[in-house]
Write a new protein. Structure first.
Lengths: 75, 78
């Protein structure tokens, strides 16, 4: 029981976790800005770094579709 | 094309983060990406194991060893 309380304390006070996907290796800043902006718009953006051109999103399906449609328009 | 890597975003204070980095140092099988002072991404299937390890390390650092009892034991043996 003591261990469970400890885990609970860690979970609530010192550590927060979110399942999802780390997006990285963008070809351009425009591509990064567009996708992270869209993630923010649809409410799945959890963390981002413009400097590292990376972001973390809680879901990826809509982002994948958005990226595909963007590629089609570019092509 | 960018990549999307499945994982768990961990947000924690720097002291907990340094514990996680120390745990990962042995085999590098927990951390996917070290993001900043208070964030990192870890492998989804390692979260429970990692939490247990952190708890163990926190427990060790808080434990007070009763030295007096050890001395008493030795005296009893003699």
């Amino acid at each position: 029981v003591v261990d469970q309380i400890r885990l609970w304390q860690l979970e609530n006070e010192r550590m927060a976790t979110t399942g999802g996907f780390l997006f990285k290796d963008f070809e351009s800043d425009a591509e990064y800005q567009a996708l992270s902006g869209y993630a923010d718009e649809i409410g799945v953006l959890v963390w981002k770094s413009d400097l590292k051109r990376m972001f973390f999103a809680s879901k990826h399906e809509q982002l994948r579709d958005y990226l595909k449609s963007r590629k089609k328009i570019e092509a | 094309m960018p990549r999307a890597i499945r994982g768990i975003l961990v947000e924690c204070e720097p002291s907990i983060k340094s514990i996680i980095i120390n745990i990962d140092r042995q085999n590098h099988d927990y951390i996917i990406e070290d993001l900043d002072e208070t964030h990192l991404v870890i492998k989804e299937n390692m979260l429970v194991k990692l939490k247990i390890k952190i708890e163990d390390m926190l427990k060790d650092s808080y434990q007070v060893v009763p030295l007096k009892d050890d001395v008493t034991d030795e005296e009893d043996l003699i």
